[in-house]
Write a protein that binds this ligand. Structure first.
Ligand SMILES: Cc1ncc(COP(=O)(O)O)c(C=O)c1O
Length: 360
């Protein structure tokens, strides 16, 4: 029996009737763009996060770019971003006119720290992107205490919690992705900006619609970047289940621990006070290729997501050349994502750990 890397269909299987109903509701309404489903989901999602406003956009990458611009980031500014994350975290910066400045991570948590961010701050720093990587929660308050506003990249962290609150309500703004494999996923692309700052929310609403408030006059060069009614209706069915799924992800992590995975490989360490809803369960080992080979042979899903960190990607040469990030390099060399989902069972975890035991 193989174990898949993730399972997006089992969790929503019992919701199929409700999902069909939601799609029909949109069909009957004949409203497809920026209608009642999007505004209801924006309200529900803002309340879930503990933020005052939520603004639906077309995807998580646009959510970062638009949130940065709404925060006032533009040409001549620098934005600090980790290099060990999905490429979009950094890719979203140059379209604002600002420059990405890469910072290191703690390879135990895979998140930035106040120290790694501080080392990258200059007088030109306008914002910091703190990525809640793999569902772990970056220390946003400690970073904002350095005197720079934080945009949380919460694409992987819907359902996670921390002592200070949920992702989405920790920094000045936050960006979410509803890509289908995410903790809260739609059936296509979708994204959200959350903030408790009225002005930032208003600017983001304007930017997502071509820089216009009234669809007749255009104040800024903006974007056509909207969450559509169908995706919002689908997300409204799923949001009430997010906490149960988050518990399932935590339970899956506990299954791995109980099966003894910690004796074989480095387990991801939750940041202080956080309870991650693990989006990816990423372990570390100095000879990780042995684990990769054994899991391949046993048909167990696994993936090294960020072997080449962003500052070493060709598209980022202009900003990445000469940058030295030891924690990033260690994580890049040794990490491996193993199966994780809200429905991963103890038996599946034991099977993965038995294969790992034979290999490392
Ligand atoms: C950390 C992170 N940031 C940003 C994104 C971009 O989101 P999207 O694919 O919806 O544009 C993703 C996911 O794809 C992600 O994992």
């Amino acid at each position: 029996m193989g174990v898949p890397l993730f399972d997006t269909s089992t969790p929503v299987y019992g919701l199929r009737g409700e999902l069909r109903g939601a799609v029909e509701r949109v069909l009957d309404s004949e409203r497809y763009i920026l209608g009642p489903e999007v505004s209801a989901f924006e309200d529900e999602f803002a309340e879930y996060c503990g933020a005052r406003h939520a603004v639906g956009v077309a995807n998580g990458t646009d959510a970062i770019t638009i949130a940065l611009r709404a925060m006032g980031v533009g040409p001549g500014d620098e934005v600090v971003v980790p290099s060990f994350t999905f490429y979009a975290s950094a890719e979203a910066i140059p379209p604002t006119g600002a420059t990405p400045v890469f910072c290191d991570i703690d390879p135990e948590t895979y998140c930035v720290t106040a120290e790694t961010v501080k080392a990258a701050i200059t007088p030109k720093t306008k914002a910091v992107i703190a990525v809640h990587l793999f569902g772990n929660v970056a220390p946003v308050a400690e970073i904002e205490a350095l005197g720079v506003p934080v945009l949380e990249d919460a694409a992987q962290a819907a359902g996670s919690t921390s002592a200070a609150g949920r992702p989405g309500a920790l920094g000045k703004t936050a960006a979410f992705s509803f890509f289908p494999s995410k903790n809260l996923g739609c059936f296509g692309d979708g994204g959200m900006i959350t903030t408790s700052d009225e002005q930032i929310a208003e600017r983001a609403r304007t930017l997502r619609f071509h820089g216009s408030r009234d669809k007749v006059t255009y104040e800024q060069v903006g974007y056509n970047s909207r969450l559509d009614e169908l995706q919002a209706a689908i997300l409204r069915v799923q949001l009430p289940h997010l906490d149960t799924w988050a518990d399932g992800r935590r339970a899956a992590g506990a299954h791995y621990e109980q099966a003894g995975l910690g004796e074989l490989a480095k387990l991801p360490r939750p940041t202080d006070g956080s309870e991650p809803a693990w989006h990816l369960y990423v372990v570390g080992h100095p000879q990780v290729e042995r684990l990769e080979e054994a899991l391949t042979d046993a048909e167990i899903g696994h993936k090294a997501y960020y072997r080449a960190p962003i500052h070493r990607q060709a598209a980022m040469r202009e900003w990445g050349e000469g940058v030295e990030l030891p924690g990033t390099e260690e994580a890049a060399r040794t990490h491996l994502a193993i199966p994780m989902s809200p429905v991963l069972t103890q038996e599946q975890a034991e099977e993965v750990v038995a294969v790992a035991r034979s290999a490392i």
